[in-house]
Write a protein that binds this ligand. Structure first.
Ligand code: FE2
Ligand code: FE2
Length: 213
C-alpha cells in the first residue's frame, strides 16, 4: 500500500515547489518512521499521512488543510483501496487536517499520536541543514530579500504566520522557535541538534558578513 501511495505522490506533487514537493514528503516520511520506532503509533497511517500531507499545497496554504482538500485525499485513498476496517482512512485524514495546528498544545484538543508525529517530522524538515536550504529557496521563490545581519531579531506584533520578510529574518520569526514545539521526546532530541546547527550557521553568517572569518 505504501508503495502505491508513493507512486501516486510522485505524480500528484509534481506541481508543488521543491520545498513542499515529493522530496520534502519523502524526508518527512523517513523522519516520521524513525520517530514512530521510538514513540509508537500506526505505521501505515503515519506513512500515508506523511506522503499526503502536502497533497494540495499548490492550491494554497489554507486550502491544503481544508475540507475540499480532505475530500480529494479521501477520494484518492478510496481509489487506491486503502483499508478502512478500523477507521484508519479517517485517521489519516484527521492527521493531515490538524498537522498545521500552530497552537497545538494550547488548543486544548487531543490530537492523535499519528498527527503529533506527522507534525514533528514536518517541522523537523524546516530545521537544520535542510531547513536552511528550504528557507533561502522559499525566500527566493517569493521574491523576498536574502536579508542582512540587521534582520537577526524577531519582528513585533505585526508578524503573521506564513509571512516571510527576508531569509535571515525567517529564522528569528519562525525557525528558531520550532524546537520548543515538538510533541514527542524523540523529535525533541533531533530538534535540539538541528536547532544548534542553525544557530551555528547564523553565527558564522554574521562573522562572514562582517569579513571577520
Ligand atoms: Fe502543511
Ligand atoms: Fe510539509
Amino acid at each position: 500500500m505504501i508503495e502505491k501511495i508513493k507512486k501516486l505522490a510522485r505524480i500528484k506533487l509534481a506541481n508543488n515547489d521543491d520545498a513542499h514537493g515529493f522530496i520534502h514528503v519523502e524526508r518527512v516520511a523517513n523522519l516520521a518512521e524513525e520517530i514512530r520506532k521510538h514513540e509508537g503509533g500506526d505505521k501505515l497511517i503515519i506513512a500515508t499521512a506523511s506522503y499526503m500531507h502536502d497533497w494540495c499545497t499548490s492550491k494554497g496554504r489554507a486550502y491544503h488543510v481544508g475540507e475540499e482538500a480532505m475530500r480529494e485525499i479521501r477520494a484518492d485513498l478510496t481509489t487506491l483501496n486503502f483499508p478502512n476496517d478500523s477507521g484508519s482512512l479517517e485517521a489519516v485524514i484527521d492527521a493531515i487536517r490538524n498537522h498545521e495546528e500552530y497552537d497545538f498544545k494550547k488548543a486544548g484538543k487531543k490530537f492523535s499520536k499519528e498527527c503529533q508525529i506527522l507534525q514533528d517530522a514536518d517541522r523537523l524538515d524546516a530545521m537544520g541543514a535542510i531547513g536552511i536550504g528550504r528557507c533561502f529557496f522559499t525566500t527566493a521563490k517569493l521574491n523576498e530579500p536574502f536579508g542582512t545581519p540587521e534582520d537577526m531579531s524577531k519582528l513585533g506584533e505585526d508578524y503573521s504566520v506564513g509571512q516571510i520578510t527576508s531569509g535571515v529574518r525567517h529564522f528569528y520569526t519562525k525557525l528558531l522557535n520550532l524546537k520548543d514545539s515538538m510533541n514527542t521526546e524523540y523529535a525533541r532530541n533531533l530538534a535540539k541538534e538541528r536547532h544548534d546547527f542553525m544557530v551555528e550557521f547564523l553565527d558564522r553568517l554574521k562573522l562572514e558578513w562582517l569579513g571577520k572569518i
